[in-house]
Design a protein around this ligand. Structure first.
Ligand code: HEC
Length: 169
């Protein structure tokens, strides 16, 4: 109690205003540098440099549209299969990149069409090998099913693009 009164201000490392300035700058910048360092360390975990392993694949993954921010309007008109195809699927399926069955290529689509519409839709919804879920898009399931019907039909399928579900009350 008694000794705690002694002022210690003339001791310690900070004696001049300049030192105080440097000291406070360091105190400010230091933690930020540490945080940035830690963050980049954590994020660097399993990053392979893009294009290192498979150029074609990495290009396709980069140009595919990734989850766009979209205000979902429940009443917005559903996009047709062709619209979804052009917006999302063409990135790979127009050229046949990364082994995607090419639009209109009956030989590539034939065996897949035989697995049935539902199976194809499931692949498109959940992703398959180099194709990520929804081909990386953010569509409704019906829109994806429409795109699948559109694509498969160009390759010899006979599917009907599913209609919009009855609106929820
Ligand atoms: C990043 C490239 C890429 C995009 C974008 C992409 N696909 Fe694919 N897709 C593939 C590849 C690769 C395969 C072949 C997968 C396999 O069988 O190994 C494939 C296969 C498919 C198949 C056949 C699945 C099966 O079971 O045989 C369907 C259907 C399909 N895609 C639909 C779509 C639809 C619909 C879209 C757009 C919403 C889309 N794809 C976008 C790469 C892509």
């Amino acid at each position: 109690m008694t000794s705690s009164h002694t002022t210690d201000s003339t001791h310690g490392p900070i004696r001049t205003p300049l030192q105080l300035l440097y000291g406070s700058l360091l105190a400010f910048i230091g933690p930020i540098a540490v945080i940035i360092g830690l963050a980049s360390f954590v994020a660097s975990g399993n990053k392979t440099s893009p294009g290192a392993a498979d150029l074609e694949r990495s290009v396709a993954l980069r140009i595919q549209k990734v989850g766009s921010v979209e205000v979902r309007d429940a009443n917005r008109p559903l996009q047709s299969g062709e619209q979804v195809y052009k917006a999302q699927c063409a990135a790979c399926h127009a050229s046949g990149a990364v082994g995607a069955p090419k639009l209109g290529d009956a030989a590539a689509w034939g065996p897949r069409i035989k697995t049935g519409f539902d199976s194809l839709v499931q692949s498109a919804l959940k992703g398959k090998n180099a194709m990520s879920a929804q081909g990386g898009g953010a569509f409704s399931d019906v829109e994806i099913a429409r795109a699948v019907a559109y694509m498969a039909n160009q390759g010899g399928g006979q599917f009907t693009e599913p209609p919009a579900p009855a609106p929820a009350q």
